[in-house]
Ligand binder design. Structure first.
Ligand SMILES: NC(=O)c1ccc[n+]([C@@H]2O[C@H](COP(=O)([O-])OP(=O)(O)OC[C@H]3O[C@@H](n4cnc5c(N)ncnc54)[C@H](O)[C@@H]3O)[C@@H](O)[C@H]2O)c1
Length: 318
């Protein structure tokens, strides 16, 4: 199986929100990239997202105009499966649907070499289950990124039942080569670690709104101006150490039982989905993204992430 240093050409399958970012990240770090999509329309969307991201990165000074042009020159967008056999590493980021993922992996692993390293960016579906469609699954593992991946450093490297230690080390090494901060996740838990934490917060956020404790805008502010800033600097266990184990134990004795413990998708989330809202991608979410407000919101978010990442990580060792 190929090692990180043998990997030069990368196939990103699925030119959506995540795939468009991955293409830029790998190209920025000198990899040759094929961004593979099933339709010209999907590639067109990726071109649009990439152009917004590149403009912001140049405006923020993260890239020069020349670096941005060189990076774009290393990305080949294609709907042709000819690219399947050119890759040393395949990162699948197609729609979050087991049948779609199975169909893709069955198709590609019937034609690529056994030494090629394979990863899926599923948000939380079982790596072991996805691997059932992969020929030689020892070279396959999870590589879960956070949106927007070109600005957020975490990567979860997840072991499926059949993943070899070698493939996990290679994927971990690839993440490091891209300047990311990988962590290892064992036993393939649903949602891995990040989404288990995130969905616990999301459930409670909807609960607070549904119960009338606060508006959506104010719940977002609690996170942005309170917890979010804290958690950008220290994790939950460090927080408890700083706050006092005795305090967290005392507050926990009455608060854990008061939290929402419902199963299923929160009512407001389900209703929004059923009303055709997909968020920024169709300019229709909990907030208004019509008339170009989507572009402004994306640029504002990216500028904030860049400034924060600079402040927090620029002088920090890996
Ligand atoms: N959006 C996020 O915040 C986020 C974060 C982490 C992980 N993920 C995961 O990343 C994956 C992609 O998510 P996204 O948000 O980019 O979705 P998206 O809907 O924006 O993009 C999915 C893309 O996959 C394409 N596609 C579907 N079948 C394909 C196939 N057989 N071959 C090639 N392309 C195909 C679609 O045309 C679309 O362009 C999902 O597994 C998702 O759970 C998403």
């Amino acid at each position: 199986m190929l090692k990180q240093t043998d990997i030069h050409t990368v196939l990103i399958a699925g030119p959506g929100v995540m795939g468009a970012s991955f293409a830029q990240i790998f190209a920025k770090h000198q990899y040759q990239v094929y961004l593979y999509g099933v339709s010209e329309t999907s590639l067109e969307k990726a071109r649009y997202l990439i152009s917004i991201n590149q403009k912001t990165e140049v405006e923020q000074g993260a890239l020069t105009v020349e670096e941005s042009a060189a990076l774009l020159g290393r990305i080949i967008m294609t709907t042709s499966k000819d690219c399947f056999t050119k890759a040393d590493f395949v990162l699948e980021t197609v729609s979050e649907n087991m049948e779609t993922k199975h169909a893709f992996w069955k198709d590609i692993t019937s034609v690529i070499g056994e030494e090629v390293v394979l990863a899926t960016n599923t948000s939380g579906m079982s790596i072991t289950e996805i691997a059932k469609a992969v020929k030689h699954p020892r070279r396959f593992a999870g590589m879960h990124w956070v949106n927007p991946p070109h600005l957020i450093p975490l990567v979860e490297v997840i072991a499926g039942e059949e993943s070899s230690g070698e493939v996990l080390d290679t994927i971990y090494g690839i993440a490091l080569s891209l300047g990311q901060r990988p962590v290892r996740v064992y036993k393939d838990p649903t949602g891995f670690i990040l989404n288990r934490l995130q969905y616990a917060v999301v459930r409670e956020a909807f609960h607070c709104v549904e119960m009338g404790y606060a508006s959506m805008e104010d719940v977002d502010k609690v996170m942005k101006y309170g917890l979010g800033l804290r958690y950008a600097c220290i994790g939950p266990f460090e927080t408890i150490d700083f706050g006092g184990i005795d305090i967290f134990n005392r507050v926990g004795s009455y608060l854990f039982d008061a939290l929402c413990n419902d199963g299923g998708v929160p009512k407001l989330l389900k209703e929004a989905y059923e009303a055709g809202k997909c968020g920024i991608k169709n300019c229709n979410g909990f907030y208004d993204y019509s008339d170009g407000k989507d572009k402004t919101a994306l640029a504002k978010r990216d500028a904030a992430f860049i400034a924060l990442a600079r402040a927090l990580y620029e002088n920090e060792e890996n």
